[in-house]
Design a protein around this ligand. Structure first.
Ligand SMILES: Cc1cc2nc3c(=O)[nH]c(=O)nc-3n(C[C@H](O)[C@H](O)[C@H](O)COP(=O)(O)OP(=O)(O)OC[C@H]3O[C@@H](n4cnc5c(N)ncnc54)[C@H](O)[C@@H]3O)c2cc1C
Length: 480
């Protein structure tokens, strides 16, 4: 069903962002990235295989060096995948790049481990040699760091590591790269001749460039585009809406459904106050209401539709140690916003009417899309939204208001922990979806976001109801 005023357009603010994503997602651009990575890894392999191609034997020693070169090649790819490079995000979406990053890490780790194993296989160093092996020692230290980073990533939950501790350990990779650079400088004699020499310096320069981009350029650029918290309002029992105003008047341009990394700067909250009583009053309020969270960076969906050029909003549920402080944020708090990222948007994944399925706070990307459709017109949307109780329904008045308007939005609330709810009760299941949705609704493109268990189960339910995998678009609220 299409609305009379149907026009699935981005709106002026989102159009440039959308056009850039569409260009970057085109087949030639994506293929060019993949070719570039393949050529890069082939060049790393050639650094070693050129000897074999020239007639030398492929010994375990050569295999060990090949493993190290491929590990460094993959390490470079790892840096690029996690550096939030805008062009890569537009082509592939940051969430997917980071999940690839998580898969490539162990492969690079195994290759790095094979390096000493193969090299020392023919003749392990004796005790007398050990003191002479300081150059190898640098490599060994790099290997220990690689092992630690891979192990803490694979078994973070088992090790009960907090996200912050895990991220701190991950920062060791910068030391690891420096160790590898010195190790290769003092030991890799065959790469310091002819074209390999230029190539190797180029690689070291790219590592340095990516580090400078992430550690110097990005933070500086973000601080130049500061935001200030305009309003903090309650959106449900445990969810808060934060409106942020760009101090330079122009907030980032995003397409509905994208996310950004938000850092609230608690110590710089509010304007600088000249008079002592005002400063004391602020200190008293801080003591009374508590501080906003630590200056940590967290990813949140931009829940506003992007209509107001100076303002963006986040809708944040109290779910952990950081987010549980979100209600304490005071208007005037300064903030950094790094984004937008991602492609979970009806404008990017375009094509006809929509079925949205959300669990709890998984509504936020849908909220942005719904607000956009309401403001601009767009496809018909049916929303199936699971919550525990009525009190957990975020911005219920606004969403039910949209459903009551001629926007074409149909909402099914499904509550799992409220026995007196007159509507659908329980969880979103195959039976429920088959019963409340029409055949036409089940043929639409699906946008699904919610707790991981729910998403996994609902995806299977949808598949059983005949929805092709290619029509089910998902957004996980985890970047691992
Ligand atoms: C793309 C995306 C969009 C999101 N949108 C929203 C939203 O609109 N509203 C909302 O309420 N939540 C959203 N989240 C989830 C939100 O980021 C987490 O709930 C929040 O970071 C948890 O932090 P915590 O310290 O309170 O909880 P914790 O209990 O410490 O962390 C819970 C989990 O959140 C993740 N996490 C924690 N800290 C970070 C961090 N600094 N950076 C990245 N991940 C972290 C980890 O997977 C961790 O296991 C989104 C997440 C992603 C990835």
């Amino acid at each position: 069903m299409q609305q009379p005023e149907y026009r699935e357009g981005p709106g002026r603010r989102a159009s440039a962002a959308l056009a850039a994503i569409r260009r970057a997602r085109s087949l030639p651009v994506r293929a060019a990235w993949l070719v570039a990575v393949t050529v890069l890894l082939a060049a790393f392999a050639l650094l070693n295989l050129r000897h074999v191609l020239a007639g030398a034997a492929f010994t375990p020693y050569a295999a060990g060096n090949l493993a190290a070169l491929l590990a460094v090649g993959l390490l470079l790819v790892q840096f690029a995948l996690s550096s939030r490079i805008r062009a890569l995000d537009r082509a592939f979406a940051l969430n997917r790049l980071l999940s690839l990053h998580a898969k490539v890490g162990p492969v690079a780790g195994v290759l790095a481990l094979l390096h000493p194993v193969l090299i020392f296989m023919p003749a392990a160093p004796t005790g007398a040699d050990i003191m002479q092996l300081w150059r190898e020692g640098l490599g060994a230290l790099a290997l220990v760091i690689a092992g630690t980073v891979v192990a803490t990533s694979l078994w973070r939950t088992f090790l009960e590591l907090s996200f912050e501790a895990w991220r701190l350990i991950h920062q060791l990779v910068f030391i690891m790269v420096a160790l590898i650079a010195v190790h290769s400088l003092v030991l890799g004699s065959d790469i310091w001749e002819g074209w390999p020499r230029a190539f190797w310096w180029g690689i070291i320069a790219v590592f340095a460039g990516l580090t400078a981009y992430e550690k110097v350029y990005k933070p500086t650029a973000l601080r130049r585009a500061l935001y200030t918290v305009d309003a903090v309002t309650k959106a449900s029992r445990d969810t808060w809406n934060l409106d942020l105003r760009a101090l330079n008047g122009t907030a980032l341009e995003h397409v509905p459904g994208q996310f950004a990394f938000l850092t609230l700067l608690p110590d710089q909250g509010g304007k600088a106050l000249r008079h002592l009583p005002a400063r004391l009053w602020r200190a008293a309020r801080l003591a009374l209401y508590g501080k906003a969270g630590r200056a940590e960076e967290h990813p949140f969906t931009i829940s506003s539709a992007g209509d107001d050029p100076g303002v963006i909003s986040f809708t944040i549920k109290e779910s952990g140690d950081y987010t549980s402080t979100i209600g304490n944020v005071r208007p005037g708090t300064r903030a950094l916003v790094d984004g937008p990222y991602g492609q979970f948007s009806h404008l990017v994944l375009a094509g006809g009417d929509i079925l949205m399925i959300a669990g709890g706070v998984g509504i936020t990307p849908m909220l942005s899309m719904l607000r956009h459709v309401a403001a601009r017109g767009g496809p018909a949307v049916t929303l199936v939204w699971g919550n525990k109780t009525e009190e957990d329904i975020i911005l219920r008045d606004e969403i039910d208001g949209l459903a009551a308007s001629p926007s074409g939005l149909k909402v099914h609330h499904v509550l799992s922990e409220q026995d007196d709810w007159p509507g659908e009760r329980g969880f979103v299941t195959e039976e429920l979806l088959g019963r409340i949705l029409s055949r036409e609704e089940l043929q639409r493109r699906v946008f699904l976001c919610g707790p991981p268990v729910m998403m996994e189960k609902v995806t299977k339910d949808l598949r059983r109801l005949g929805v092709p995998r290619s029509r089910i678009h998902t957004e996980r609220f985890a970047l691992e």
